[in-house]
Design a binder for this molecule. Sequence first.
Ligand SMILES: *Cc1c(COP(=O)(O)O)cnc(C)c1O
Length: 469
Amino acid sequence: MRHIFRALPSMDHILASFVEKGGFHGVPRPLVKDLVNDFMDICREEIRSGVITDPEQVALEVLLPRLTAFIRVQARPHFRRVLNGTGVVIHTNLGRSLLAKSAIKAVTEACGHYSNCEFDLSTGHRGSRYSHVEKLLCDITGAEAALVVNNNAAAVFIMLETLAKDREVIVSRGQLVEIGGSFRIPDVMTKSGAILHEVGATNRSHVHDYESAINDNTGALMRVHTSNFRVVGFTKEVTLPEMRALGDTYHLPVIEDLGSGSLYSFEGSGLLGEPTVQQTVAQGADVVSFSGDKVLGGPQAGIIVGRKEYIDRIKKNPINRAMRIDKMTLAALEATLRLYLDMDEAPRSVPTLKMITASPEALKSKARRLADAIRLSLGDRAEVSMKKGASRVGGGAFPEYDLPGTMVSVTVANISVGDLKDALLQTDPPLVARIEDDAFLLDPRTLASTELKLAASVLEQAVVSLTEK
Ligand SMILES: *Cc1c(COP(=O)(O)O)cnc(C)c1O
C-alpha cells in the first residue's frame, strides 16, 4: 500500500499541469488547491479501502480527467441557471418571471455605470428614486399616484401599517389565505399593527356582514386575491363596486391586495376571471398592491397604485426606507412597464405573457422539435412520444386554469424515471420537469426555442452518468 501512496502526484505537480493546460478559468487558485486536497483525500481513502490497488491507477495522467471533472462540479457557483420543463410559467422556486430583452439591457446598464438613480437631471439636485416609474404606472393603470417597494408582501405590510395601524381592517373569512412560503394574510396584518376583523363565512360574505362590522375604530375595508386557492360551489364575495359604495358611505379607504395583478387583459386569449389592475383602479379601490414578477413579467417588486392622498402617506412612512428597491430593479421595472405602452405588442415582448398566451400550434411544433432532438441524442435507448397535456400560469394567477399544450414524454430502457429525474438535477444546467404515468414529462411551453437542443443534451448527460454507475 505504501508504494501506492508514494506514487500519488504532489500538489505542485498537479498545479503545474493545470497551468500547462490553461488553468481553471474563473476558479480562484486557493479554491483549486483546497479541492485538489479534497480529491487527494478521496484517493487515499480508495487506496486504504482497496479500490485502488496499483500505482499506475494514481498516475497524474490517469487521475487528471477525474480531478478536472471533480473541480468543475465542486467549484461551480451555487446560484445557477436551470431549464424549466415543468410548464409552470411563474414558478416561484425557479425564479418567477424572465425579463424581456430590453429589461435585461437596462439592468446591465444600471449596474455597470453610474446613473440618475436618485438624481434629478433637470435641476442637478437630489431626485426621487420612484420618479422613474411613477408616471408610467399612473399612465398605464389610470391611478393618481404610485410607489414601489421590494415585493408585494412588503407592499401589503406598508399599506396596512400606514393606513390602519391600531385600527380594525375588515376582511372576508374567505380571503384570509396563506399563499405559500408562509405568507399568511392574518399574520402580516398582525405584524403591521392592524387589527383583523373577520366577517362572513368561509364560502359566503355579504355587504351587510361588512356594514354591521364597521365601528368607530374601523380603519379600512380590505379585499385579498385568494391566489392559489378557490372557494367553489355555494359562494358569494362582496364585489369591489359594493365595497366602494360602503367606503364612500362610511369614509373608509378600500384596500385591495391583487396578488399577481395583471396589466394585460387575457380575455382575448380566453383566460377569464382575473381583474386587471386598470379595472380594479377604475372600480374605485383606493390603494391596490401587486407583484412585479408574477403575471406582470418584470423584476421582483411590490407595486402600490391608487389615490394620491393615501400613496403620499405611504411614501412618507419611515419603514418605506427599509423596503426601498434597488437600482437594478428600477431599471428592469421601467423597461418592462414601457412594453405595456403597446398592449398589442406586449404578449410578444414580455416573456411571461408570451409563454402564457402561446398558441397550441406553436407549442405542438416546439414539442415536435424537442422530441426530435431527444431522439437524436438518446437514440433507440429512449421511448419518446408526444401527448396532450396542460401547463399552469403559476404565481397564484388563474389557479384552476389549465393551459392546453403538447408534452413530450420520455422513458429510457433500464433507467427508472425517479433516477432520471434525480440525475437531471446534477447536469449542466440542471433540468426540472414532471413525472407523470411513470414517464419523464417535459412541457416545451417554459423552454425557450434556443433551449430545446440543450434540454436534449442534458438528458443525454444524465443517461450517460446513470449508465456509468
Ligand atoms: C404572491 C402574493 C403576495 C406576495 O407577493 P410577493 O411579491 O411574493 O411578495 C401577496 N398577496 C397575494 C394575494 C399574492 O398572491
